[in-house]
Design a protein around this ligand. Structure first.
Ligand SMILES: [Mg+2]
Length: 135
């Protein structure tokens, strides 16, 4: 299965880094979109379907937490798995993000294998809970 991925980060360099790590990881992608913050990401998602979202937390205009909150309020987007990519790896932080609806977590620095494993894990989890995949 080839994934459609959305990378959300206010740093163009970090978006490029995540994109390259994604390529190196061996995960098959059919489309990779980029957005600089939550607002831009929601705009992209209004016209493009993606299978998984990789998002930063600290961003101007709309940060990662607000972005995830907006996603969970949307009937169309609530089921899209979100993986947070951040330097803040504390457990309290992780629990807080999971409570908001975040499915996965990648602490920087991470390897291509870490990224591949986490994307595959959340996609399997999503497939297990989504009616559309079970026929
Ligand atoms: Mg940032």
């Amino acid at each position: 299965m080839a994934f459609r991925v959305l990378i959300v980060d206010d740093s163009p360099a970090l978006r490029g880094f995540v994109r390259r790590v994604l390529e190196i990881s061996g995960l098959e992608t059919s489309a990779v979109f980029e957005a600089a913050d939550g607002m831009e990401a929601l705009e992209t998602l209004s016209r493009e379907w993606v299978d998984v979202i990789l998002t930063d937390i600290n961003m101007p205009r709309m940060n990662g937490e607000e972005f995830v909150t907006q996603l969970t309020k949307s009937a169309r987007l609530a089921a899209v798995p979100v993986i947070v990519v951040t330097t803040d790896g504390t457990e309290v932080r992780q629990e807080h993000l999971r409570a908001l609806g975040v499915r996965g977590y990648l602490a920087k620095p991470f390897t291509p294998e870490d990224l591949k494993d986490e994307v595959e894990r959340v996609m399997e989890e999503a497939a297990g809970t989504c009616q559309f995949y079970t026929f």
